[in-house]
Design a protein around this ligand. Sequence first.
Ligand SMILES: Nc1ncnc2c1ncn2[C@@H]1O[C@H](COP(=O)(O)OP(=O)(O)OP(=O)(O)O)[C@@H](O)[C@H]1O
Length: 267
Amino acid sequence: MRAAVLRKEPSSMPAPIDPIVEVRGISKSYGSTEALRGIDLDFPRGKLSSLLGPSGCGKTTLLKIIAGLIKANAGSIAVDGKVVTAPGPERAFVFQDFALMPWATALRNVAFGLELRGKARAEREEIARHYIAEVGLAGFEDKYPHQLSGGMRQRVGLARALSVDADVLLLDEPFSAVDEQNRRKFQEDLIRLRSNQNKTFIFVTHSIEEAVYISDRIVLLSPRPGRVSQIIEPEIDRSGDPDLIHRDKHYLDTVQEIWQGLKQYAE
Ligand SMILES: Nc1ncnc2c1ncn2[C@@H]1O[C@H](COP(=O)(O)OP(=O)(O)OP(=O)(O)O)[C@@H](O)[C@H]1O
């Protein structure tokens, strides 16, 4: 039987990275709490990178600095070679609680980013319908958030981020509020979206299994203050049966290797 997960042959030269997001010397303190110190990172274009580490290591802080939602005390962020200091159309942020407008339908919520950008109603609704279908919610366009399950609300949040056509999607633990079945299903959807949408995903999680399952690249952060401790490229062939991947030796070994590095921080 062919293995479901393949470790690619190591090449003699590391593949050059085409970074879309460049993080240089980022430090951030909240009062006397030093959240991040001297972070240097490149996020490759068209890939899914995860920020992984124990609670409080600064994952969300780094993601929000990349988004331009909070300011660093030192350092810079460049997107496509241009230094950014505020939110911009090339980056879309998916919040942990999805941040939906409760009084608006799924369609209006998804179209909202386009509404803010001044797109005409017919056009923005056509785009919104397309992405609602992309995330598996066709038929739910006219439902309000309270009529949708947590998993569905999360899909609305993702469809909204996809519809504004940003090159970089920043996702802050988007699976934390949903049950395990939906989480698994959504991880598979994200892998599919990442291969057919040509976007760069930067994803915050504290689940080692999740990071190994979905990521091209995992940035491990160590806490107090947050620093880059390791970068891991799981090199998993995800074209096979997802259930087999979860049982594959290389997948399990990678999970174990990361756990060995992180367990010292477990409380
Ligand atoms: N607004 C804030 N004011 C003060 N301290 C903060 C603030 N936001 C974060 N911190 C502190 O900065 C550190 C990093 O927080 P951050 O939320 O970025 O970590 P995290 O790795 O995302 O954590 P978690 O996995 O628990 O979400 C923590 O010690 C946290 O308590």
